[in-house]
Design a protein around this ligand. Sequence first.
Ligand code: ADP
Length: 643
Amino acid sequence: MEQVYNQITNEELLRIIADAPGARAVYSTGQFVIVTANRAMSAVWGVPALKPGQTLEQVAAQLPVNPQYLLLQQAYRTGKPYTAKNIKTEVEGHPIPRYFDICYQPIKNESGEVHSILHTATDVTELNDCLRDHEHVYRDKANSMEKNLLSLVMHAHYGLVILRGSDFIIEIANSEMANIWDKQLADITGRPLLEVLPEFNDQPFPVLLKQVFMTGIGHGQDEAVCYIETPLGRKTKCVSFYYDPLFDEAGAVSGIIVSVANVSDKVHNRQLLVKSYEEQRDLINKLALKNQELQKSEEMLRMSIEAAKVGTWFINVKTLEFTMSPRQRVLFGFHTEDKVSIADLMNQISPEYRGRAQAEFTKVVTIGGLYNTEAPVLGYHDQKTRWVKSSGSVIADEEGTFTYFSGVSIETTEQKQDELRKDHFINIVSHELKTPLTSLKGYIQLLQHKAESVGDEYMSVNLARADSKLDKMTSLINGFLNVHQLESGKIKLTVEQFDLNALIKEVADETNMRRKNTYVAFIANSTAFVKADREKIGQVLVNLLDNANKYSHPSGKIEVYCSENEGQITVSIHDNGIGISMDSQRRIFERYYRVENQDSNFVSGFGIGLYLCHEIVSRHDGKIWVESVEGEGSTFSFSLAAA
Ligand code: ADP
């Protein structure tokens, strides 16, 4: 290495310096004699050429005042290198000034004395241009970022404001902030906060802001309540806010960024929700209370039902699941633990009544209506016979599908036995009376014959009256015998096809003949064929027409209608007589039931006519009903399937 070093001569070294890129020159001694200098350096000094051996003063006339020359002298004097950046220099052959980074490096001998100066100058004009270009780009970018930031602030969905200084001057605020304060943006920017919102003086916000300003520690609060004075009056708002301190370069707090979210709606909605929850809870509590009351009254009802010895049952029509009360079990002789089906219950009904009960059950669960049966039941375990009367109905859901069938049962053994005894007695008496009555009728007819033949008018009229009373008695007795036949199941239907209109005409004519005071209007213009027992249906018509007569004014009018609709023939007998109360209408078809009032008391009867009508029509799978208004009249109707 030392060898290589020694091989480089002083001339070569100077040439290396001169050939190096950039402006290079070496000056010696205080006169600054040019030892070596390249062409680039002569351009720096603004001269055509720097020739070795010349002093700098010789080449550049103005050098002593050139500030660079002074600095060069300084480097020589002090022995310290001097560097300067970006020195503007007028260069020969260049219309515009160029810029150089300059260094004056003192070169010392072994004893530390400066004997020459190495002068280097690097042209940084292009670099500067380049930097300037970049600076433009950066400034544009910064400007656009600032703009974006500003737009971000201005369009933020929450309120933003920068407060400057201890007076909290509103430096910048966005429109949401102005909205929250119920102010115009233009009216608030640049003004002190408390001048814009003097009402804040009575609220905690200024104290909190001061605290942040003093301590430099941020502060936030959720759902704080504030009020704002507006031209329309004071408005209360609920806000969540945060105060962020802003620091200057020296680290002191210079302002505060305030961010505010208006949560009034949110809080209001939550309050509504809480209120509705509370109302719901209240409702649930009330419901629970009502439920308790309901359970209590249900329990009381159950107890009263049990106390009244009423059995109850409940059937799910879809699944035929069957439940019954303890009393219902007792009525059918079952124990509490017995599993009982509907069929088991039916099996305990006496065989003569079972078919009817089953048919009634099927009818009700398929087409609806009321279930009414009274039948002897043989107790399953105790083998005791009880008369049980059951009534029930089906309950339909919203679509009209039958869902439940429920009802009640009571024991009617005693009543029934009384009735049976009465029936038995009436039956015996009726039978006993029937033979003497027949003989009596024979004798009266004989006497009538005799009286007519001798022309005894007086005798003849009275015997006719006696004969009519005898007819009435016979019809009463026949009625009793019919009831007995019905009760003992001995009544048989002789079914044939016939025209109901023809039958109505026959019966109506007969009634008109018998009851001269009342006019029976027969309204029928076609045939109406049915398959039924002609005699029994005739009996129904006679009973209904007789009643219409009996319970009407003598001059009253009776109308009979017959019509066909959807395969059903309906006969209606309308009178404008005394009418029947709603209460009585419900019981009118019961056996021995008579309406107790002044109008009906004067009419004789036993309350079996309508019962017979009901039984006869029911045995034909028909329906019988009444519509009536007290004091205005009644319409009794029955319907049978058209043949
Ligand atoms: P009764 O032999 O008493 O007439 P019914 O069974 O025929 O027996 O009638 C029962 C009761 O119904 C009667 O007592 C009467 O009060 C009432 N009733 C029947 N038909 C009529 C009617 N057309 N107008 C008013 N009341 C009637």
